[in-house]
Design a protein around this ligand. Structure first.
Ligand code: TYD
Ligand code: MG
Length: 472
């Protein structure tokens, strides 16, 4: 396509069309196409002008073995942040951090920049959303005003790159947020896909040429995607999402993509009156305030990366007044719930067709592990039967479609964490043994879902609970 000809770009996925249409064929979104001029390459200071050469330059090709062995890292000084990035910021890397508005992205990055600046690194914080006074006010509230962070409220990428290239190379540059940035080299309104992509490209090139770690803040749309082009996610080295329920104080930092580290680690923070505090022992936090005598709750011995994490899974199974019973789930995969319910009906002998089912992971955490199946099933059976599960018992194991309970990885770490938090018993997949002599954890293995249902039905009844299972 000739340069400068108008094109129509989907503002949700970045697909390009020659003419306008109501629906984007690529992502299925309606009315998201906007006219933009096609983007010429973004000029970067120091780079040779594209188009000035007709022939390519010959460059040397090299082997896999070389001098630069390990990516040197600069620890941010915030332990939970370093855990997620894989041990600190890699020089020249670009990190995109996404999250709902008001979740605490600016707070986290203000704290990180202040800690880095106090450690003697040059740190720049460029805010495109807030005025300098607002950022100062936040820093004051966090008690970080004395840190030598270089602050500016700017939105033009060329100006930012020129300013940051001046003087010693910054160790860390924070761009809050990428959606507010614009570059003069593309003709499109700020906030459009072309602008976001062009600005991100220029900032990424700045990071790669200077070795500065650049953190881009990205907004998240209603359905949880980082707003604007998904293409930015492909361009950066790491994508980190900052999650949490505004009703809770916990905030979870999760790596979605990481070229220099693991993607299954989470960082746990608590939002306090003085900013984000690291949570060193998340299990204790997620289990706080548990109702020990209630039916329908089970403690899941989970893993988040290399760290064990105990969380409470709550279920409510109640007779429905609707034609189609409701199934609602918070913090877990809805299709996983449907599967567990189907297995409970087919192989566990439960009748759930006339019941609404609600499942909730306490504390606003989101669980992705299949190992949570057994704990979810135990909570569901407990709620249906009106029989509380033992308060000192944890559950983990994957449920297959045949009703078989399958082993999961990292069993010793799960058992150890449960013992550490004062649990005495666990219901686990077959062949699990407690090899730790010092932790007195009684392991009950169960190989089939029917066995689990029978075990829970044999629990002592508590007054006032619904006799759900007994009626069958
Ligand atoms: P902010 O970092 O501005 O969110 P984002 O940049 O992701 O939009 O955080 C805003 C929220 O955090 C706001 O609702 C107030 C709360 N907050 C605290 O509870 N304590 C604090 O010390 C600070 C600075 C903010
Ligand atoms: Mg912000």
């Amino acid at each position: 396509m000739a340069r400068g000809t108008p094109q129509f770009i989907c503002q949700s996925c970045g697909a390009v069309y020659n003419r306008w249409q109501g629906k984007c064929d690529a992502c299925g979104a309606w009315n998201t196409l906007a006219q933009e001029a096609s983007a010429p390459p973004v000029p970067v200071p120091g780079a040779s002008r594209a188009g000035a050469r007709s022939k390519g330059r010959v460059f040397p090709l090299e082997g896999l073995q070389g001098a630069s062995l390990d990516a040197p890292r600069v620890a941010s000084g915030i332990g939970e942040l370093d855990r997620v990035t894989g041990g600190g910021f890699v020089p020249g890397s670009v990190i995109l951090i996404g999250g709902d508005p008001g979740i605490g992205k600016s707070t986290l990055l203000t704290q990180a920049s202040a800690v880095m600046a106090r450690a003697g690194h040059r740190v720049a914080y460029i805010s495109g959303e807030e005025a300098v006074a607002q950022v100062r006010l936040r820093a004051e509230r966090l008690g970080l005003s004395d840190a030598a962070v270089e602050l500016a409220a700017e939105t033009n990428v060329e100006d930012i790159v020129a300013t940051l290239s001046h003087g010693p190379t910054p160790r860390l540059a924070i761009i809050d947020s990428i959606q507010t940035m614009w570059t003069g080299s593309v003709e499109a309104a700020p906030g459009t896909v072309t602008q976001v992509r062009g600005s991100a490209q220029a900032l990424i090139r700045f990071a790669k040429t200077t070795g500065t770690t650049v953190i881009l803040v990205g907004h998240v749309t209603k359905d949880g995607q980082i707003a604007g082009p998904r293409v930015v996610e492909h361009m950066v080295d790491a994508v980190v999402s900052f999650e949490g329920d505004s009703g809770y104080h916990f905030r979870i930092l999760r790596a979605v993509k990481n070229r220099f580290g693991p993607t299954d680690e989470i960082g746990v923070f608590e939002m306090t009156g003085r900013g984000l505090a690291e949570v060193a022992n998340p299990s204790a936090l997620f289990l706080a305030g548990r109702d020990l005598s209630a039916a329908g709750t089970a403690v899941f011995a989970g893993m988040e990366g290399t760290r064990p994490l105990l969380v409470e899974i709550q279920a409510l199974v109640a007779p429905t007044s609707l034609g189609t019973p409701r199934r609602a789930v918070v913090g877990w995969d809805p299709s996983r719930l449907s599967m567990v319910l189907a297995v409970l009906e087919a192989h566990g002998g439960l009748k759930l067709g006339q019941h609404d089912v609600y499942l909730n992971v306490a504390g606003g955490l989101r669980i992705t592990e299949p190992a949570a199946d057994l704990a979810a099933a135990a909570a569901l059976v407990s709620s249906l039967a009106g029989l509380p599960l033992p308060a000192d018992c944890v559950y983990f194991g994957e449920i297959g479609l045949s009703g078989a309970i399958r082993p999961v990885a990292q069993t010793p770490a799960r058992l150890k964490e449960a013992a550490k938090l004062g649990f005495n018993r666990t219901v686990a997949p077959p062949a699990v043994r407690n090899q730790d002599e010092t932790a007195p954890l009684v392991v009950t293995t169960t190989g089939h879902i029917a066995d689990l249902v029978a075990r829970i039905a044999a629990q002592p009844r508590v007054e006032g609970n619904r006799p759900g299972l007994a009626r069958r």
